[in-house]
Design a protein around this ligand. Structure first.
Ligand code: HEC
Length: 191
């Protein structure tokens, strides 16, 4: 009898302990986690990149093809290859030029030159994501310059071109008509 009583007490104690810990974790879940800080306006501005095909969102600055050649050699060629036509094996990087007209054929080669419909995507992507090992480290002038160099290597702009907000938004990409608008009916539910 005595033995049973003890066991009973022990079980009751365990149940109480479990209940208490359940309560504690419920409270903890509804509180802030206690790490991280509120971002400053400057920190938000650094990643608030939203460049549109019609020219909205480009930051001030400019860069020439010649300047871009140097940026590319220093900060991109290690992965994307010296002449852009073949990325470096094992780097995971995409090939940037070539393949024009190949999309939709049996030998599709997807590159910035063959696939991307707007130059704004090039600027926006490089600005936010490249170089892969140090994203966000390029100045706006460097992004304009290296975009100019890539567009020149892709035979889309002249070697003496300088890119800025205005000239970038006037670039006509080879595959600009390769996309069709596809407004699925359900998107209207989210407007
Ligand atoms: C350390 C290697 C590395 C370096 C250096 C690097 N990249 Fe990349 N790049 C990548 C990888 C990996 C991807 C694919 C990323 C993905 O798909 O998420 C990529 C993708 C890209 C793309 C998209 C291509 C496509 O068709 O989708 C562009 C444009 C690009 N890089 C430009 C640049 C430029 C410009 C520089 C230099 C300022 C640069 N990269 C430096 C590794 C690198």
């Amino acid at each position: 009898m005595k033995k049973l009583g003890m066991r009973h007490d022990a079980l009751a104690g365990l149940a109480a302990a479990l209940l208490a810990s359940a309560c504690v974790s419920t409270v903890a879940m509804s509180e802030p986690f206690g790490f991280g800080t509120t971002p400053t306006d400057q920190e938000i501005a650094a990643i608030n990149i939203d460049v549109m095909p019609d020219g909205r969102g480009y930051p001030p600055g400019s860069g020439s093809v010649a300047q871009g050649e140097k940026v590319y050699a220093d900060k991109c060629a290690a992965c994307h290859g010296a002449d852009m036509t073949e990325s470096v094996k094992g780097s995971g990087a995409d090939t940037l030029i070539g393949g024009r007209g190949s999309i939709g054929t049996e030998k599709t080669k997807k590159t910035v030159e063959s696939y991307w419909p707007y130059a704004s995507t090039l600027f926006d992507y490089v600005k936010r994501a490249m170089p892969f090992n140090e994203p966000g480290s390029l100045t706006n002038d460097e992004v304009y310059a290296v975009s100019a160099y890539i567009l020149n290597k892709a035979k889309i702009i002249d070697a003496n071109a300088t890119m800025n907000a205005e000239t970038m938004s006037k670039v006509e990409m080879p595959n600009k008509d390769g996309f069709i608008p596809d407004p699925r009916p359900d998107i209207h539910n989210y407007r």
